[in-house]
Write a protein that binds this ligand. Structure first.
Ligand code: DQA
Length: 153
């Protein structure tokens, strides 16, 4: 049977500020893998799960809001590591609240073991689930969770 591409659900994976420096920035906290390494790992997993992924990073809060708004159409699920905007951005939260799809919030580090300002997450108020502290595995688990959540809906 031919592979029907239009049937493949798309998962949007958004990364916020400073995540472009992954592998170079505070490796003792964030690990030595780069964002490209994570993208490659997720592309492999997406193929196995028969999902398509759109993986992006921005340092700009406005661009992040635009991309979240864009997920209102043609996207089955969202994985979001909003970086520091997690703890500050009501604009990101409002954009997330306008979505009607499962949202998994991911953090490489365990934000609850770190400074108290990282214990507050605006993103969590709109997230279906939260994964923190498992490094790049968190993204993998989020993709697997979304595959199951989408299957049920
Ligand atoms: C982070 C945690 C945030 O507090 C921080 O600002 C980041 C990365 C993480 O993945 O652990 O930039 O989201």
């Amino acid at each position: 049977m031919p592979y029907v591409d239009q049937m493949v659900a798309k998962i949007l994976i958004l990364n916020g500020p400073n995540l472009n420096l992954l592998g170079l920035r505070e490796p003792e906290i964030y690990g030595r893998e780069t964002l490209d390494d994570i993208r490659a790992m997720l592309e492999g997993e997406a193929r196995a799960l028969k999902l398509a992924i759109d993986f992006r990073q921005t340092n700009s809060e406005g661009e992040l809001v635009d991309w979240i708004q864009g997920a209102r159409q043609g996207v089955a699920g969202l994985i979001l590591n909003a970086g520091a905007y997690t703890h500050t951005s009501i604009a990101v939260l409002d954009a997330l609240k306008a979505l009607k799809l499962p949202i998994i919030e991911v953090h490489l580090s365990n934000v609850y073991r770190r400074e108290s300002f990282r214990h507050v997450s605006y993103v969590s108020q709109a997230a279906t689930g939260v994964i923190a502290g498992l490094g790049s595995n968190g993204y993998l688990l989020a993709l697997q969770a979304l595959a199951r959540l989408i299957d049920r809906t």
